[in-house]
Design a protein around this ligand. Structure first.
Ligand SMILES: [Zn+2]
Ligand SMILES: [Zn+2]
Length: 505
């Protein structure tokens, strides 16, 4: 942390949404579903009863409980979600059912003895598509795809260059091209100009309708996720919507337009949006479970705005942040009460002064440059390049979390209400930006059940990706990279013969 970091001023306590039962470490550990978490030891079965919890799924110091709301607009101040334990997931997730569903097309193949999702549907693929010109994404979409492949290691993740959203002054269309680049299918999309800044917004339902249309989705697609650089809206009074998935049709479209750190709104606008969101929530009856497998539609992140730089903060809420670690150490091997957990984290939280931090960051970059580089490039250019690089990396970082979160839903994971986890829901962009990139033990076990990867190898692959892509972002180096390193060290020490550290829970 910067030496200029200041203690965050305490905000008044915001209550959990009515009816929500805050998790404890004990209940979180039980949700992972092994006997070492206190469940029945007598019967060994797939739910893990009768098995000791292996190190990779233990609730170690690396995981903190889901944080208390800090604003009335936060997810768990507004939405009372039922917890989905690992055992619940096994019952609910259609992808791992031994029986072939009636809607399973022959093009997926089906092997009832297949252990993991891909083994069960050997020809099936997960598609992640950039819905818009690649240059509009401002980052290498291939990098995002690579990350999704590592995160869901074991699944076949593909993209489709033939599927595009094209927008000009007069029209917005979804286009499917054939192998020769000729247009094979074309669907008009509804769009409008946003009142706030006149930019194009596409109606989310029209995209879903187009994606569901005959011949658009490849026959081998288990699911299709479109990430678009265009802003989306749902109904006229909406300011925007982050995206929507149609669980039955296994398609979803989500926008990363608002993830651009260069986007800024006035403070006034920020307040206006907040009011809009509360009304929106009541009208549409948001709340309750949004299980992807059970519910037809899932809408994410209700309208809210972002002030420039808001998302840069990584003072807390990330796995591996100092507060979270202290938190766990204080607890030692004991499960704790939610209230006490949060106190530890609150005290560990710091908030940087935005302007000072930006200054400090530029200084550091300047020192890192060699003389020869400075000679070739003007100071202004260099600063421009650094800014553009940070913009691209920030967009990639935020979009990759969006992609793995939404695919998680499509693969049967509900929002996580146990630990800080990339499957946490978010009520607004600022909350979204502050959330972890990685999975808690409960959700890791679910994804492992689908994919069958080696957890340590996957962590190492994720680390290599993050080191290559995000090392320049100071907050990633301090948070995600540090956290991954600690997880890798922990698992390696646990696997090393006779040098294993004590299990922590
Ligand atoms: Zn979600
Ligand atoms: Zn989780």
């Amino acid at each position: 942390m910067s030496p200029r970091a200041k203690k965050r001023s305490r905000s008044p306590a915001i209550p959990w949404v009515r009816g929500f039962r805050p998790p404890t470490r004990q209940r979180g550990a039980e949700a992972v579903g092994f006997s070492s978490a206190g469940l029945d030891k007598s019967s060994g079965d797939e739910k893990g009863r009768g098995e000791e919890c292996p190190p990779e799924f233990r609730v170690t110091v690396h995981f903190s409980l889901v944080p208390k709301p800090k604003s009335e607009l936060d997810w768990l101040a507004q939405v009372n979600e039922d917890p989905q334990t690992y055992a619940d997931f096994l019952e609910q997730c259609p992808w791992i059912s031994k029986r072939k569903g009636s809607k399973v097309p022959p093009s997926w193949g089906f092997v009832s003895s297949g252990e993991y999702l891909q083994g069960r549907y050997p020809s099936g693929k997960v598609y992640v598509v950039c819905g818009g010109k690649q240059e509009l994404a401002r980052f290498e979409f291939a990098a995002l795809l690579e990350y999704v492949r590592i995160f869901y290691k074991g699944l076949r993740v593909e993209t489709l260059d033939s599927l595009l959203i094209e927008v000009d002054d007069r029209k917005a269309i979804l286009v499917k091209k054939n192998g020769d680049g000729e247009i094979e299918k074309k669907k008009d999309l509804k769009f409008r100009r946003a009142t706030e800044s006149n930019h194009v917004q596409i109606e989310v339902d029209s995209v879903l309708r187009a994606l569901r249309g005959p011949g658009v989705m490849p026959p081998d697609a288990l699911c299709l996720l479109v990430l678009t650089p265009y802003d989306l809206f749902e109904t006229q009074p909406d300011l925007f919507v982050a995206g929507m998935a149609d669980g039955n049709a296994r398609v979803g479209v989500f926008s990363f337009y608002r993830y651009d750190p260069h986007l800024s709104f006035s403070t006034e606008f920020w307040h206006d949006v907040c009011v809009e969101e509360e009304e929106e929530g009541e009208e549409t009856g948001r709340g309750g479970r949004e299980g992807a497998a059970k519910k037809k539609r899932r809408k994410e992140t209700p309208p809210a705005g972002s002030k420039e730089g808001k998302g840069e903060k990584r003072g807390g809420g990330q796995p591996g942040d100092k507060g979270a670690d202290n938190d766990g150490e204080e607890k030692g091997g004991e499960g704790g009460e939610g209230e006490k957990e949060d106190k530890g984290r609150e005290e560990g939280r710091v908030q940087e002064d935005e302007d000072e931090e930006m200054g400090g960051q530029r200084d550091e970059k300047g020192e890192g440059q060699s003389d020869s580089e400075e000679g070739e490039e003007g100071e202004g250019d260099k600063e421009e390049n650094t800014k553009e690089m940070e913009r691209q990396k920030t967009l990639l970082e935020r979009s990759s979390r969006l992609a793995v979160h939404e695919l998680g839903h499509m693969l049967g994971l509900d929002h996580c209400v146990f630990f800080q986890c990339c499957m946490n829901g978010s009520g607004h962009l600022e909350e979204d930006f502050s959330q972890p990139h990685f999975l808690c033990p409960v959700c890791l076990r679910k994804v492992h059940r689908l994919c069958g990867f080696d957890v340590l190898t996957r962590y190492k692959d994720i680390f290599a990706f993050w080191e290559r892509e995000f090392k320049q972002l100071w907050y990633c180096e301090q948070n995600e990279l540090q956290w991954l390193k600690e997880r890798i060290d922990y698992l390696e020490s646990e696997r090393a013969p006779r040098h294993g550290a004590q299990a922590e829970r």
